[in-house]
Design a binder for this molecule. Sequence first.
Ligand code: PAF
Length: 304
Amino acid sequence: MSAAPTLAETREELARLLSDARTSGRKVGLVPTMGALHDGHASLMREARAQVGDGPVVVSIFVNPMQFAPGEDLDRYPRTLEADLELCAAQGVDLVFAPAVDEVYPGGEPDVTIQPGPLATILEGATRPTHFRGVLTVVAKLFGLVRPDVAVFGQKDYQQLTLIRRMVADLCMGVDVVGAETLREPDGLAMSSRNRYLDTEQRRRAGALSQALVEARDASLWGADVALESARAEMRQAHGVDLDYLVIRAADLGELPCAVPDATEARILVAARVGSTRLIDNMPITLGATSASTRQGVSACCAP
Ligand code: PAF
């Protein structure tokens, strides 16, 4: 049995508990979460440990109201602090920061917030226009409170990860942002706190998202258009899965040029609703890397 992590609920407790690490010059690692922790989060904690060695690993657990629009699942988002603390203990986490809303937003929503720019208007941002402003604002606050050397985020929320990297670079925040690989269930479904909303039949249907991505990855050597069509064919066969988007973008989520050189690293991203649950997933793909596609040295592009 690993020792339980220390629980800090206020900024003062957090600052006091971290001051030792700072004076001893050890690195501080942060894993920001909204709780309802699962094995995917555990892998982020292991990555943080690998990054900071004997420095403290801090996990924040905070369901951030600013990133939910009215009508979204803020109220029903699972809150499972006891179980979360056990998972953190099993991963050797040193400190859990689980503040109340007033502690993070003492005067309500702040006047000064992070404007995420154009990348936040596509994909998830097209249906959730205020989401990434809320995400970046709370992540900036957590960075200010914890002052981590390294912060670990899951690649499952790839647009979020890309925007956080952009914020850190554009605002010179000096935090090393690590993107950890997505953990999957045996049928390929990406682990997510929201999977627990699915009933048995929906859970079975949800496997179609990752299957579509795998189809695309397997076909990607023939170029983006073929890869995308393979994924679309898989989604067309999926019953009870309401597709929102299925696109291939450059690794930085920019548009692919019309002719991409062979072996271009790209991302395929999908979002769909299963019942009332919105699921997202993505995978890295390498476009046009076969001798067949290298005949012309380029692959065709695909519009989003
Ligand atoms: O990915 C999440 O769980 C949240 O968006 C984050 C990064 C913890 C910010 O609230």
